[in-house]
Design a protein around this ligand. Structure first.
Ligand code: SAH
Length: 567
């Protein structure tokens, strides 16, 4: 019953064949292979523990082809933190054993059965209810919600102890289950959307068969929705979604209420009144209009929310950080997982991957920034969940400003309704500075030396003033084939205000394979040591260096200026 695609994690070349075999069961699953040990995996990872824990924390189902003990020890520190957990299975390298470990309520046993059937072995199912009844009663399929887990556990153990059960309402997924059914049984599995209190001896399951159409401008929206459901005799747990006019897409009140009710928001064309809107969007459900601004629609079956109107589109401009996965912020990882469309310069899109088959990649040339921004808005305005990828931080000489400029220039209301968010990343200057020590430990100035989008004269002016102000300097885009002389001229200007001994840090491909870090001085720096993949940090008059054990130097700029404070 898991909706998301599992990750198949392997440690050695010997597991690849079994992993490929499991991919036949989960075609969208990626095989993650240990770098240096596995050739030909879909993507590679450096560290097993960090990778497994990251997948777990992102709620990705995990199939690990290794000893169960390794998986248990690796995930142990996370187990107490979390209520819901994704399915986690250990599968023997040679495919002879399938052991569901975690995620009993996330469908791990059904996954174990699927995998075992494919490998023609028996799954090591240890869950009593599941063994006896052939299904997990506490994990109803998508479209249904269990009322209460604790009561549910007691209910299942009653059945295991020999009590019989009857089914009230429609539970088609239980047709195949081997339940001790008896129409006269005291205990009942009750599937219904009404608001009646859960009785003792009852396993209550709510079909998500109700939608509420609302006007976002309604005062006290949340209590009003609750009372409309109450009047319609519908349990709030049966609510599948909220529906509103697409003209109200950007309403913060709607967003807040949907979050609090933990249901999706769907948008449909505006109508004369809420009753008409509900009819247009939700027929043939029975529609109960509770007021001029609210209508409750109750369907006979769980609603397929994906077929009701469309979601509010989302556009996230994300920063990948300098390159290494550990330096990517978790919010960005989560955004990458939810995206339907990924836009960006091809190198960065590749760096952000791997992506699932259902995620569309739109790679473009580095220079087409405004076009890319507008393309992103067109996709998001159509209801897609779009990300625009930058390296480092998206707000530092990157896509965030282009995206906002495109929005500022547009008077298209559908663009302005998009759920736009900028997610930060570790910028190259900060990643480079961290490796060198703390060269930016005091006031500093960040500049791009590219004169593509600004006149060279302004660059010279700013360089002179920043150097004169004794700010440490961080240069992005220091040089390129099309701009061969600019860096030399920049260093000349800085040299007028700094001594030849001023420390300089050169970070190339920081956080990426083959990274190099060099500490030199302004006097020794030559332009051939710098290319377009280099970050140049020039110290201020107080920046200093000292030897670090193990070789090389630490560089730092003290926090104070002028006289060193005592203590
Ligand atoms: N948004 C990016 C910067 C884009 S401008 C960020 O915040 O990092 C591109 C320039 O950034 C390059 O010319 C180079 O000077 C610098 N740069 C980007 N990634 C780098 C890395 N991994 N190592 C060193 N410099 C890098």
């Amino acid at each position: 019953m898991t909706s998301s695609t599992p990750a198949i994690v392997i440690l050695g070349q010997g597991s690849l064949a079994t992993a490929r075999c499991l991919q036949q069961v989960y075609p969208a699953a990626q095989i993650h292979g240990l770098a240096g040990r596995v050739d030909g995996a879909d993507c590679s990872y450096q560290e097993f523990g960090a990778t497994l824990r990251a997948l777990y924390q992102q709620d990705t189902p995990i199939i690990a082809l290794c000893a169960a003990g390794i998986v248990i020890r690796t995930l142990a520190p996370l187990l107490l933190e979390k209520g819901a957990e994704p399915p986690v299975l250990a599968v023997a390298e040679d495919g002879t054993a399938v052991v569901p470990l975690l995620g009993g309520l996330g469908g791990v046993n059904s996954m174990a059965r699927e995998i075992a059937a494919h490998l023609q072995v028996a799954a090591a199912i240890t869950t009593s209810g599941e063994l006896r009844f052939g299904t997990c009663l506490l994990n109803p399929p998508a479209g249904y919600a269990l009322a209460d887990l604790e009561t549910g556990k007691r209910f299942v153990s009653d059945l295991l102890a020999g009590h019989s059960v009857r089914i009230d309402g429609a539970a088609p997924w239980l047709d195949q289950a081997q339940l001790p059914q008896d129409p006269q049984a005291q205990r009942a599995i009750h599937v219904a959307s009404d608001a009646r209190q859960v009785a003792a001896n009852e396993l209550r399951i709510y079909p998500r068969s109700v939608a509420v159409a609302v006007n976002a401008d309604t005062a006290d929206l949340l209590p009003r929705i609750r009372s409309a459901l109450h009047q319609a005799d519908v349990a709030v747990q049966s609510l599948a979604c909220l529906v509103a006019a697409d003209t109200q897409m950007a309403s913060p009140a709607l967003r807040e209420v949907a979050l609090q009710l933990a249901v999706p928001l769907r948008f449909v064309p505006a109508a004369a009144d809420i009753a008409e809107l509900a009819h247009n969007a939700l027929a043939p459900a029975q529609i109960i209009v509770s007021a001029a601004d609210m209508a409750v629609a109750v369907a006979a079956q769980p609603l397929d929310v994906s077929r009701i109107g469309r979601p509010r589109g989302r556009l996230a401009v994300i920063g990948l950080g300098p390159g290494a996965a550990e330096l990517m912020v978790p919010a960005v990882k989560a955004e990458l997982a939810r995206a339907t469309d990924v836009l960006g310069y091809e190198t960065y899109v590749r760096m952000a991957g791997p992506f699932r088959d259902d995620q569309v990649q739109h790679c473009t040339d580095n220079r087409e920034e405004m076009q890319r921004a507008r393309h992103a808005f067109r996709l998001a305005a159509a209801g897609r969940s779009v990300i625009v990828v930058s390296s480092g931080d998206p707000g530092v000489f990157a896509m965030a400003a282009a995206v906002l400029e495109a929005l500022h220039e547009s008077d298209d209301p559908t663009w302005h309704s998009v759920d736009l968010e900028i997610l930060p990343g570790v910028s190259a200057s900060l990643a480079t500075a961290a490796q060198a020590g703390a060269p930016l430990g005091h006031d500093f100035c960040v500049m791009s030396l590219s004169d593509n989008l600004k006149p060279w004269s302004i660059i010279e002016k700013r360089l002179g003033l920043a150097a004169q102000a004794d700010l440490a300097l961080a240069f992005y885009n220091p040089i390129s084939k099309a701009r061969p002389w600019q860096l030399g001229r920049a260093l000349e200007i800085v040299g007028q205000h700094r001594t030849a001994q001023t420390p300089v840090v050169l970070g190339r491909d920081i956080g990426r394979p083959g990274q190099t870090l060099r500490v030199t001085t302004l006097g020794a720096l030559t332009v051939d040591q710098v290319d377009m993949r280099t970050m140049v940090l020039v110290g201020s008059s107080t920046t200093c260096t000292f030897a670090r054990s193990g070789g090389g130097e630490w560089v730092y700029t003290p926090r104070w200026y002028g006289e060193k404070p005592s203590g």
